[in-house]
Ligand binder design. Structure first.
Ligand SMILES: [Zn+2]
Length: 194
């Protein structure tokens, strides 16, 4: 089983992009598409959030820490082979664009799968020269006991990318790239994982 995580939700919109695009909405749209793509390949995926809600006790995402704790608890209890958390990025410089995958600095498996996913995402955007990047501090990466990566699909602050990410067609392309990457990650973990 793979855990797909559509980040934020409820009163936590995540990043807010151009034209008031809300990260949480794009996350959920892409995550649902990834799940469908995986199902076609007979890969089971479970979503941490299926609707526009956070996971804290209030259910409205107002308690960020609780929301994150609930997600981590769910992941550590169900122990999926891999967790992929779907996000959209933002930055002050509107020129900055491109998908990027993050992994926990101390996870060899995380690093390997992040590189596989980064490569897969590169295929839909040859202009994107970002590399999978290590991170030491993200709560989700630090606290989950299974290989976990954060996929930032693109920048909502880049006009062109924001436009693409809000459209069905590009969301579909991103989802397919992520799903293809996940399939390769699973092969990798199956062979070299713990
Ligand atoms: Zn986010």
């Amino acid at each position: 089983m793979r855990k797909l995580q559509s980040a934020h939700g409820g009163s936590d919109p995540g990043k807010i992009g151009l034209n008031n695009l809300l990260e949480k909405d794009i996350n959920l749209a892409i995550t649902e598409k990834v799940k469908k793509c995986l199902e076609k390949e007979k890969i089971t995926a479970e979503l941490t959030r299926k609707e526009d809600k956070g996971l804290g006790t209030t259910g409205d995402g107002s308690k960020k820490t609780e929301d994150m704790q609930a997600r981590v608890k769910m992941i550590n209890e169900t122990k999926p082979v891999l967790t992929v958390s779907i996000h959209q990025n933002s930055y002050e410089d509107p020129e900055i664009h491109g998908a990027q995958v993050f992994y926990y600095s101390h996870s060899r498996e995380g690093e390997a799968v992040a590189k596989i996913l980064q490569e897969s995402l590169q295929e839909i955007d040859p202009e994107n020269h970002r590399r999978a990047k290590a991170n030491e501090t993200y709560y989700l990466l630090r606290r989950t006991k299974v290989p976990t990566v954060i996929v930032e699909c693109g920048f909502l602050t880049n006009p062109e990318e924001a436009e693409k990410l809000s459209g069905e067609e590009y969301q579909e392309q991103v989802a397919e790239a992520v799903a293809k990457g996940i399939a390769k990650c699973l092969e990798y973990l199956n062979e070299y994982g713990n």
